[in-house]
Ligand binder design. Structure first.
Ligand code: 13P
Ligand code: SF4
Length: 306
C-alpha cells in the first residue's frame, strides 16, 4: 500500500520513467515501497533474464552492485543505473580477480564456477556462472574435471551434497544469511509445528539441514503460492516477506530471524530512484574487455536456464 507521503514521489518516478524509456527492476529483498513501484520483482536469475530481454533504453536496477553489473554485461547499449552506488554485496567482495588467478595457478585445469554474486572481473576469470536458482543444474552440466566454486562456501557445499560432486570451495559467505541460526529454526518449528520451513542456500549447512526446501528467492515465492501449507517459516533476508504476504494474503509467513537484514539492499529508496532518473546517475558500466570475457560465463549459465 503506497502511503500519502510517497504518492507524489511515486507519481514523479513513473512520469520520468516514461520519459526516459526506463524499466525498473527490483530484487526480492528491496524495501516494500520499492518493490511496489517496480515493473518486475524477482531473483538474480529472473532479473538478469529480464534485463537481457527488455527493449527499454534505461534499466534502473534496485538491488546491489553485482546485479547492475550483470545487466550491463548483458546490455552494453543500455544505460544501467544503480540508485545508490554504495549498495554492494560483501560476499561478492570476498573474492578478487587477482586472488582467483592465484588459486587457479595452484589448481591447473580446474573449472571455475562463479556464483553471480561476484564482480565482473571475477566472472571474467570464470568458466561458467550460476545463481542459487540453477547452481545444481550448472554443476550437473559440467564434465568430470575438478571444480572450484567461488565465492559462497555454503551454496557450494549445498550443491556438492545435491550433486555428489566434490568441489574446492572459496571461503566466502553472506554476512546476512549466517545470522540465521539452527536454534531459530528449531524454536519456530516447536512454536508452529504445522509450518513448512523454506531457506535460502546461502544459509549455513546446520540450517539447510533443518529445512523442507532449499530455494532461491524466486523459488521461495513460487513454493509459497503452490504449497497447501498455510504457515511458512522463511529463512532468508526479511525483505522477501513483503512480497510473500502481498501475493498470499491467506497464509502466514514467519521470518526465521529478524536479524537477517541486508543493509546494502535497503540503501535503495524512492527518493534515490527519482534522483537517479533525473540525473541519469550513478551509472554502472563494465569495460569492454572485461565485459566480453564475463559475458561468456553468464551466457553459458543463461543457456542452461532455471
Ligand atoms: P537470489 O538469486 O536467490 O535472489 O539470491 C540473491 C542474493 O543475493 C541472496 O542473498
Ligand atoms: Fe550479498 Fe548477502 Fe546481501 Fe545477498 S543478502 S546481496 S549475498 S550480502
Amino acid at each position: 500500500m503506497i502511503e500519502n507521503r510517497d504518492a507524489k514521489l511515486v507519481e514523479d518516478i513513473l512520469r520520468l520513467k516514461e520519459q526516459r524509456k526506463a524499466i525498473i527492476l527490483a530484487h526480492n529483498y528491496q524495501l516494500g515501497e520499492v518493490q511496489d513501484i517496480a515493473d518486475f520483482v524477482g531473483d538474480s536469475l529472473e532479473l538478469s533474464q529480464k534485463a537481457a530481454g527488455t527493449d527499454a533504453e534505461v534499466i534502473v536496477f534496485c538491488g546491489v552492485h553485482f546485479m547492475a553489473e550483470t545487466a550491463s554485461i548483458l546490455c552494453p547499449a543500455k544505460t544501467v543505473l544503480l540508485p545508490d552506488i554504495n549498495a554492494g554485496c560483501p560476499m561478492a567482495n570476498m573474492v578478487t580477480a587477482e586472488k582467483l588467478r592465484e588459486r587457479k595457478r595452484e589448481l591447473p585445469g580446474v573449472t571455475v564456477v562463479c556464483y553471480v554474486n561476484s564482480t565482473a572481473e571475477v566472472k571474467a576469470e570464470s568458466d561458467i556462472c550460476c545463481t542459487s536458482a540453477n547452481a545444481v543444474k550448472v554443476i550437473e552440466s559440467l564434465d568430470d574435471k575438478e571444480i572450484l566454486f567461488v565465492p559462497d562456501q555454503y551454496l557450494g557445499y549445498y550443491v556438492s551434497t545435491r550433486t555428489g560432486r566434490k568441489m574446492h570451495l572459496w571461503p566466502g559467505f553472506c554476512p546476512t544469511h549466517i545470522r540465521i541460526r539452527p536454534e531459530d529454526i528449531s524454536r519456530l518449528k516447536r512454536e508452529y509445528p504445522q509450518a513448512k520451513v523454506i531457506v535460502h542456500p546461502e544459509c549455513r549447512p546446520e540450517v539447510t539441514a533443518l529445512a523442507d526446501e532449499v530455494l532461491s528467492t524466486g523459488g521461495i515465492c513460487r513454493f509459497a503460492k503452490q504449497t497447501e501449507a498455510t504457515e511458512i517459516i522463511v529463512g532468508t533476508e526479511i525483505g522477501i516477506i513483503h512480497r510473500l504476504r502481498k501475493e498470499n494474503p491467506g497464509k502466514k509467513f514467519i521470518p526465521a530471524s529478524e536479524q537477517a537484514v541486508c543493509p546494502n539492499m535497503k540503501l535503495i529508496t524512492l527518493e534515490k530512484i527519482l534522483w537517479s532518473l533525473e540525473e541519469m546517475a550513478p551509472e554502472v558500466k563494465v569495460s569492454e574487455e572485461t565485459r566480453l570475457k564475463a559475458k561468456a560465463a553468464v551466457d553459458k549459465m543463461l543457456e542452461i536456464g532455471r
